[in-house]
Design a binder for this molecule. Structure first.
Ligand code: CFM
Length: 554
């Protein structure tokens, strides 16, 4: 049910922009005391100290039952987010048909099948064991075997992955032994994931499980040394709306050799070979940091955090990559590319900015975009009033420095931490310690990132796992010019007369990464925040006050 938005509510208007602590209190006022105490830890008024530290925020904890959360499930994080964008793995959802069907093609992760020789692309299909009551009672392993066999007979893929949904965990099917058996029988890579939806507190658990599985079953199985200079992997870039295509275009122009992307526009063969790269770049830290850390330990590949959302951030990231390789000709090439690309972006920003300057945004998305997209809004002169992640951990908010202090609770302990040692044959540090230290001196910040809060204004409200109730209160109090979230929130919020930009699927748009993407985003936001349509919108309860009475007004 949607809480009616009151016009001219004096109490609420008086608070606008004044005392965030009071706003926080209003957000949790209606909750029972125990719930309010819990939410109070997850709603923080930002304050950046001189040394860059920020207040602690509660995150990666269970959602209170009854609160409408934006979160997804563990299966979504594993199958949908990390493995889903790989075109040539047949991904079988072991479970009832709905889990497979409703997670099929919803994320707009694009791919280019022509870029691999066999042209395999199974992403357009939906594979599931379609579990019925019979399997719930007598077990689903037999049906799973048949499904793997049928998929193999029809498509002859290089690999098949199996994803467990909630009932699989409840009835105790051993997907891993089925996969081992079928791997032997078929002679292709068949591997399973115990990513039952209920594991962990959000899709973040599924990311971790996917990282573990791909590292165990795929990475390092092909040692072929590829041709080309400056070999890199791009981690945590999923090609939503074609972002990876734009980033690949820039890498090509600069002369980097992309060994693999996890996992936008990707092929399983690239993962198998990715340990031969000389540098890992992390775009979305939250979903893929585990692979980067394990690859560094086992093979000696260092990692750098990059951000290709925002023109300035893109230029900065390309420079950082060039600095790592320490080749003057690469640095020059990168500068040439930036010099050729940036003027068009700046011209677009200069044209649009007078229309967007001073407008106010709120961003509540996932585990990295609520941070990254603040860059693009800043380039348009817009202000982020409030932001938060759905499922990020404290380090994504507060920076990596807090990692040692993060308490490991029972839910996190439930997800396996792989013990990784340097590989006896394949471990080779890409740079000496002295060379790494010298680069650090020059500002190349290996294995580090600051997180969202140090880059936000003091007084901004940072809200973890925002609930629908809190969302509605925030909109009623601030009436932001744009709200960024996903499809579940979109129409409820637009009914309140506030445009919602989907930052998960990009609605129908994109790419928004890189230089060309920045221009696309500027134009899209200009269109949305300056459309007069929102002023004409009246929700049913505004037209018929008796509805407001029925639902209550607060
Ligand atoms: Fe990383 Fe993502 Fe995100 Fe994410 Fe996601 Fe996504 Fe996201 Mo939706 S991997 S954390 S689990 S950047 S699907 S491409 S948009 S919530 S902010």
């Amino acid at each position: 049910m949607t809480t009616p938005v009151k016009d001219n509510n004096k109490e609420q208007l008086a608070l606008e922009g004044r005392d965030p602590e009071k706003i926080k209190k209003l957000l949790i006022k209606k909750y029972p005391p125990k719930v309010a105490r819990k939410r109070a830890k997850q709603i923080v008024v930002n304050k950046v100290a001189a040394d860059g530290t920020v207040p602690e925020i509660g995150s990666n904890v269970r959602t209170v039952p009854g609160l409408i959360s934006q979160r997804g499930c563990c299966y979504a994080g594993c199958k949908g987010v990390v493995l889903g964008p790989t075109r040539d793995i047949i991904n079988i959802t072991h479970g009832p048909v709905g889990c497979g069907f409703y997670s099929w093609l919803t994320r707009r992760n694009q791919t280019d099948p022509d870029s691999t020789e066999d042209g395999h692309n199974f992403m357009t299909y939906c594979f599931t064991t379609d579990m019925q009551e019979e399997e719930i009672i007598f077990g689903g392993e037999k049906k799973l075997k048949l499904a793997i066999q049928e998929a193999y007979d029809n498509f002859h893929p290089k690999a098949i992955a199996v994803f467990s949904t909630c009932p699989v965990g409840l009835i105790g099917d051993d997907v891993h032994s089925v996969c081992r058996e079928m791997k032997q029988k078929l002679g292709i890579n068949v591997f399973g994931f115990s990513c039952e939806g209920y594991k962990g507190v959000s899709q973040s658990a599924g990311h971790h499980i996917a990282n573990n599985g791909i590292f165990t079953h795929v990475v390092g199985t092909d040692d072929t040394v590829q041709e080309g200079d400056y070999k890199i992997n791009m981690l945590g870039e999923y090609n939503i709306g074609g972002d990876a295509f734009e980033i690949e275009r820039l890498f090509d122009l600069c002369g980097f050799t992309l060994i693999s992307t996890y996992s936008g526009n990707s092929s399983i063969d690239k993962f198998a070979n990715s340990h031969t790269a000389d540098l890992n770049l992390i775009m979305c830290h939250r979903s893929i940091n585990y692979v980067a850390e394990m690859m560094e330990k086992k093979y000696g590949v260092p990692w750098l955090k990059v951000n290709f959302i925002g023109a300035e951030a893109t230029a900065k990231s390309l420079r950082k990559m060039a600095a790592y390789f320490e080749e003057p000709k690469l640095m020059e090439r990168v500068e040439e590319v930036i010099a050729a690309e940036l003027p068009a972006v700046q011209a677009a920003a200069a044209e649009i900015r007078p229309r967007t300057e001073g407008k106010r945004a709120m961003l509540f998305v996932g585990g990295s975009r609520a941070h990254h997209y603040q860059e693009l809004f800043a380039e348009l002169g817009m202000k982020t009033l409030s932001a938060g992640y759905e499922f990020a951990h404290r380090d994504d908010y507060e920076g990596r420095r807090v990692l040692p202090g993060i308490k490991v609770d029972a839910d996190s302990r439930n997800i396996e931490e792989l013990v990784v040692e340097p590989d006896e044959e394949k471990y080779s540090p890409r740079k000496s310690e002295a060379a790494m230290d010298a680069l650090k001196e020059k500002g190349v910040d290996f294995s580090g990132y600051e997180g969202m809060m140090p880059e936000m204004n003091d007084g901004a409200l940072v809200i973890d796992d925002i609930s629908q109730h809190e969302t509605e209160k925030m909109i009623a109090m601030f009436k932001p010019d744009i709200f960024c979230a996903g499809i579940k929130e979109k129409y409820a919020i637009q009914k309140m007369g506030v445009p919602l930009k989907q930052l998960h699927s990009y609605d129908y748009g994109g790419p928004y990464a890189g230089f060309k993407g920045a221009v696309n985003f500027y134009r899209e936001i200009d269109r949305m925040v300056n459309s007069r349509i929102w002023g004409y919108l009246k929700a049913p309860w505004q037209k018929s006050p008796e509805l407001a009475a029925r639902y209550g007004t607060d």
